[in-house]
Design a protein around this ligand. Structure first.
Ligand code: NAP
Length: 309
């Protein structure tokens, strides 16, 4: 019985080390190195290469190494009987909330514009907006959306939220379902997308959505690139419907050289770092699920295959 770590980047050694530190008795293999494939019962994955899961004849479950699982559910090799689990981690939620707060404040005080001015030796004071005058709309009030709402609320922002079906206890307006989308958008001066990527949410940040926002609204996509229709964002920026955007995730990562976002003065870019799973913090919950799988006990943080998150 063993675990395999399957990633598309160079971070596997750090994960293997965290597994070893947490429980040296459990065999954990690196997909990229030779190992006994028939021993592996659970795969722990992040954007795993195509065809990798099918190499394990005794695989019984797949665990994501992050909060989003779209790349797992899209895998044609994923067997219907395999449970899929994701990570929910307090650090992941806190890091995301802090990123969003930092970016909203930078937007209100126009800090990116002053960086540009400095690089050109330009002294140019600008008017600014206050926290008290801005409502942040959170698309998705899951683990990350709720953490962001708490921090933004504590900083003095008004918030509103949008969910698929739940109405979590909140001291701000929460809208649900397709009928709640337009009224939600109408009050969002800053729209923060924290939705999972599913067939229902793919391309949801589009022309119609932008049209329903207040004039000059600001967009932040920190969830997944394919939620955004990139051409519609460029159009909304050119027409003034949106005043700017902050993007941490992209349809193609790394963002290709020559992409119009690189040079756009109103588009802030970060390389998918809003909130990064920390192996030391996340590995214990993966191991707990691995042990539960072997004993036939209840698994935690299970993903609904039907809902896609
Ligand atoms: P989560 O706990 O699963 O919450 C998802 C939220 O989205 C829920 O409130 C859900 O509504 C809502 N939702 C789902 N489908 C919807 C629909 N069709 N219409 C309206 N609302 C819908 O997810 P999470 O842990 O907060 O993470 C959110 C996403 O953030 C992840 O899927 C991942 O892609 C992304 N992420 C990005 C980074 C980064 O560094 N940029 C890091 C971690 C995660 P209900 O409450 O009704 O179910």
């Amino acid at each position: 019985m063993a675990l395999a770590v399957i990633r598309n980047d160079d971070k596997t050694p750090g994960w293997l080390e965290a597994f070893r530190e947490a429980d040296p008795q459990i065999a954990v293999y690196d997909y990229a190195r030779p190992h006994p494939k028939e021993a592996v019962t659970m795969a722990a994955v992040w954007k795993h290469p195509k065809g990798s899961l099918s190499q394990y004849p005794n695989l019984r479950a797949v665990h994501g190494l992050g909060a989003g699982v779209d790349f797992i559910l899209e895998d044609p090799d994923l067997r219907p009987e395999w449970p899929v689990m994701r990570v929910t981690d307090p650090y992941l939620a806190a890091d995301m909330a802090e990123y969003i707060l930092a970016q909203v404040l930078a937007y209100l005080r126009q800090l990116p514009d002053y960086q540009i001015d400095k690089s050109r030796t330009v002294w140019r004071p600008r008017p600014y907006r206050r926290i008290a005058d801005v409502t942040v709309g959170l698309m998705g009030l899951g683990t990350l959306g709720r953490a962001a709402a708490r921090l933004l609320g504590a900083a003095g922002f008004s918030c509103c939220g949008w969910t698929r079906s739940t109405t979590p206890k909140a001291d701000f307006p929460v809208f649900t379902g397709p009928q709640g989308l337009k009224p939600f958008l109408a009050s969002a001066d800053v729209l923060v997308c924290l939705l999972p990527l599913t067939p229902q949410t793919h391309g949801i940040l589009n022309r119609d959505t932008f049209q329903a926002l207040p004039q000059g609204a600001y967009l932040m996509n920190v969830a997944r690139g394919p939620l955004l229709v990139e051409e519609h964002l460029l159009e909304a920026l050119a027409g003034g419907k949106l005043s700017g955007a902050c993007l941490d995730v992209f349809a193609q990562e790394p963002l290709p050289a020559g992409h119009p976002f690189w040079d756009h003065p109103a588009v802030q870019i970060t390389p998918h770092i809003a909130s990064v799973s920390e192996p030391g913090s996340v590995v214990p919950q993966i191991l707990a699920n691995y042990r539960a799988l072997l004993k036939g006990e209840k698994l935690h943080n299970l993903v609904s295959r039907g809902l896609g998150y």
